[in-house]
Design a protein around this ligand. Structure first.
Ligand code: XMP
Ligand code: MG
Length: 183
């Protein structure tokens, strides 16, 4: 259950903690099978993907490396421009490694499109994408996410790492933010 003050900020809960956990477990089984006998490096972009990274990594019953990047997007804050500046780069050299990008959400897809090209230029052995959420109707560029959790409506969602003005990241569920919060 959510605390009452936060519950009223959501117009509805989309996925409970248990549903998220089940989905990540399912994705983890696929990833384990696909990467059997190969090294695996998980990369997440701060801060939204932190919860997905922590839980997915622990669902994987194998050795993985993890690394983080911090980027900042130029332009308006609610809409992604796809023009990205690296604030903190990776520590690990990608050359020859099997890289899996772990993302919270694919919205316009512009951020991931930029990231995919950036990481590809570092010569990984392979590069794939795992995203917990996708808004199919919002896509501006086509992102091929090999591992996908849920397709969601084109609404602003928060919780499980996703924020509105840095709030709600620590909600255990994912919900649609009620319009009265931001209007
Ligand atoms: P795109 O795919 O549009 O998304 O480049 C870039 C980043 O924007 C954030 N994002 C959201 N954050 N609720 C959030 O809290 C949302 O509905 C939402 N849609 C996009 C997210 O960090 C994503 O990586
Ligand atoms: Mg993000």
């Amino acid at each position: 259950m959510l605390p009452e003050d936060v519950e009223s900020d959501l117009s509805r809960v989309l996925y409970s903690e248990a549903e998220i956990k089940d989905k990540l477990r399912e994705l983890a089984r696929q990833i384990e099978a696909d990467y059997e006998g190969r090294d695996l490096l998980l990369i997440a972009v701060l801060k939204g993907a932190v919860m997905v990274m922590a839980d997915l990594a622990r669902e994987l019953h194998r050795d993985v490396e993890i690394d983080f990047m911090a980027v900042s997007s130029y332009g308006a804050s609610t809409h992604s421009s796809g023009v990205v500046r690296i604030v903190k780069d990776l520590d690990i050299d990608l050359a020859g490694r099997n890289v899996l990008i772990v993302e919270d959400i694919i919205d316009s897809g512009l951020t991931l499109d930029w990231l995919r090209h950036n990481l590809q230029s570092r010569n990984p052995a392979s590069l794939e994408i795992c995203a917990l959420l996708r808004k199919p109707t919002a896509a501006k560029v086509d992102i091929d996410a090999k591992y996908l959790g849920f397709d969601i409506p084109n609404e602003f969602v928060v919780g499980y790492g996703l924020d509105y003005a840095e709030r709600y990241r620590n909600l255990r569920s994912i919900g649609i933010l009620a319009p009265h919060v931001y209007s």
